[in-house]
Design a binder for this molecule. Structure first.
Ligand code: BGC
Length: 348
């Protein structure tokens, strides 16, 4: 296994470092300190041809121009907070709005636009980087001085492991995720239409027109949201279901069943034979089928397009602070936040 660092760009006169992590099975992961962002994953297909299987770029400036959060760490709170308002212990907070009348993905210029401290590490059978960030009290309207760290590692079992930790000195909200877009074909001329998805979830979160959750969990049975058995992603692009039509595909949280030993989500691409399995300590996965990608976003010299990638954002249910049963995202002083997500790569 190997890890090495190269200069990737510069931001506010500071060096952007990219770390390349490799294992002995031909997997390669690249991460950078800007946004604690994953910039590339390369894996072999069933013919042993290696290709990049996520949307990313080898040009740092592409990340300054895009607004799709490719591979970035999202925080303090992933997904939308209705009206950017919440209250903890009777104190009301108003966040800046960056998504119509709501706050999305932690507000404007959030974790994904900040420079993190990076600490590479090697332990037996594992290489990785821990990224640390200090988010001061009042950042984007959130209370509490927050110390966050996210560790990315690669091991010989072909697992990309994400481990999050955080502490605060005032009660606050915390619900981070990673926003990687997979395209397992390894060919960014192809959309993800023919990818097959399996989710260990019998209920998904209904959303309003503006993308905020209504608070209602809908049974997936007999809907294009039923991925309890492997199903093709394209059916959500062609469906008449009002929830698919609203967003031109999927942009929905799935409430994870959390029973059985299997992974929470599996994504497969039949032609290349690649597959990724996701397991998380969180209670939800947000599946976003890249509906908003367009030729205005250019990565590595190539314009993107709708449905070019699909995310499996492991997190607690979005807008959990406003909906009973969505889980607790309040972090209190004296408590250490910890969460883990694992993406494991293999062949079908
Ligand atoms: C959101 C989408 C949004 C995308 C890029 C996703 O996680 O749910 O609505 O367009 O991120 O910002």
């Amino acid at each position: 296994m190997e890890i090495y660092k190269t200069e990737f760009g510069s931001f506010h006169n500071q060096t952007i470092w990219q770390y390349t992590l490799t294992n002995d099975n031909g997997l390669k992961l690249k991460v950078m300190n800007y946004g604690a962002t994953l910039t590339s994953i390369e894996t072999p297909d069933k013919q042993e041809k290696t290709a990049r299987i996520v949307i990313g770029s080898g040009r740092f400036n592409d990340y300054l121009e895009e607004d799709a959060y490719f591979g970035a760490t999202i925080g303090r709170v992933a997904g939308r907070i209705t009206a950017g308002k919440f209250s903890i212990d009777g104190t009301n907070y108003q966040l800046p709005l960056n998504d119509g009348k709501n706050t999305n993905h932690g507000g404007p210029d959030s974790f994904e636009r900040l420079l993190w401290d990076s600490h590479p590490f090697r332990i037996p059978d594992q290489v990785g980087v821990r990224f640390d960030l200090f988010s001061p009290d009042g950042s984007n309207g959130f209370p509490g001085n927050l110390n966050v760290s996210v560790s990315y590692s690669l091991n010989q079992k072909n697992e990309w492991r994400l481990h999050y930790e955080a502490t605060t000195d005032k009660p606050t909200l915390f619900n981070p995720t990673n926003h990687v877009y997979f395209n397992l074909s390894g060919d960014l001329d192809q959309k993800v239409d023919h990818h097959l998805l399996t989710l260990n979830s019998h209920r998904f979160g209904e959303i309003n027109k503006d993308g905020t959750p209504t608070g209602r969990l809908i049974d997936v049975a007999d809907t294009p949201f039923d991925f309890t058995q492997s199903a093709v992603v394209k059916r959500g692009f062609e469906s008449d279901h009002p929830q698919n039509k609203l967003v031109n595909g999927y942009d929905h949280p799935f409430f994870l069943d959390k029973h059985g030993d299997g992974p929470d989500a599996v994504l497969k691409e039949p032609v290349s034979g690649r597959q990724v399995s996701m397991t998380t300590t969180n209670n939800a996965v947000v599946v976003y089928s890249g509906n908003g990608l367009s030729e205005k976003i250019v990565m590595d010299g190539k314009p993107t397009k709708p449905h070019l990638g699909i995310t499996l954002e492991a997190q607690m249910m979005p807008d959990a602070i406003h909906h009973e049963g969505f889980g607790n995202i309040i972090l209190r002083p004296g408590v250490k936040y910890e969460a883990d997500t694992i993406y494991q790569f293999g062949l079908i």
